[in-house]
Ligand binder design. Sequence first.
Ligand code: FES
Ligand SMILES: [Fe+2]
Length: 424
Amino acid sequence: MEDHIQAALATFDVGFGPMTPDEDIIRTGHVSIDAYISPERFEREREIFRKTWLNVAVDSELNNPGDWVVREVEAAPASILISRGTDGIIRAFHNVCSHRSLKLVWGEQGCDRQFVCRYHAWTYATDGSLRGVPDRQAFGDLDPAETALVQIACEVWKGLVFINLDPNPRQTLAEFLGGLTDLLEDAPLDKFRYTARMTGTVKANWKAGVDASSEGYHVQILHRETAGDMVCSKENPFLHFLSLDFFNANRQMSNPGNMEFQLPDSRPVSKLIFESIPQPVVKSGEGTGSFDIPGLNPANAPDWSNDLIAIFPNFQLNLALNGFWTMHYWPVTVDSMRWEARYHFTKAPSSWRERFALEGSVALNRDIATEDASCMEVLQTAMQARARPFARFGTNEFLCRHQAAVIDAIVNQKAPHLAAMAAE
Ligand code: FES
Ligand SMILES: [Fe+2]
């Protein structure tokens, strides 16, 4: 335990300068209820989403020149247009027209050779440059640099598209990811180009979402009807993690599975689902090995089922033998969030059987997410009573401690250089 504590207390930098996580939270696991319910605290947390690298898309959504997606970062707030230019380059822009700042693209996804504002038809090329202005002489000289769409820092790592809303990001994506880039150097994440995505709104603080998928403690209890048997074994009923490591503010946690789990013949539909596709969801027994990556399961545990790679602040990569799935928890208000789950497969289903299995697998995951969401909403209302001053996270909820300790350091500006400035 002391090793984990020391590792978790390492200095991190997510764009605010070097800081150390709050030691009290790391050691005690006590996190103030205010962190979940205080509007003032939420305002300070918004700054995180304006300065750190955020995963907003995958490049398989932008396969062809002209492909685009729009993503909302409510916490900033900002609407982001990400497009693959006709020159093949992926760029991100503020989705705002240079004329009078109307939201430029109103859809969520498409393919176009140009973007036309629906108010007065100012028109932009896929590289963001202004191409057309009706009644142009009414505007005198228009500086191309000043009238192009406002570009946002954008980098792609292994097919994962990240943006940084800071106009001058203080670090590169690689610096932000820390040693994760080395750890996952051989991970073929960009080969899993077929995705199923689902999203929803939960009336709870975004950190409650991150917490819920950062620990396995609740799985045997809350998910007993859905996932409990699959992953919880007699030897490890509370899913004590197998190993834990830290990379900047990011984390790697190896999770156990139930190697004894077999679907009984009395559940033919579930069996069909599990046997028909190489799905990324936790699966017992031998996988296909198609996702056998050095760096995962560093403890080399025989009962390993998946690694959680938690990328600060709100992005989680879950890597298993047969593929991977991701979760995002986007803050909207102090007591509401938008969650997003994405399942990655190497190829689209090629038969009705595979299609059914894939849909069944996603539906199972929706059920699991609904179990979490219902708990989070009630948790949020219960917290409002302030009956308890803090929530307590045990040693098996260590990632929740680290997340809270990192955020606490940022919002309280515990960066050494800031402290030095304050002392002057
Ligand atoms: S606001 Fe976009 S063209 Fe006028
Ligand atoms: Fe859960």
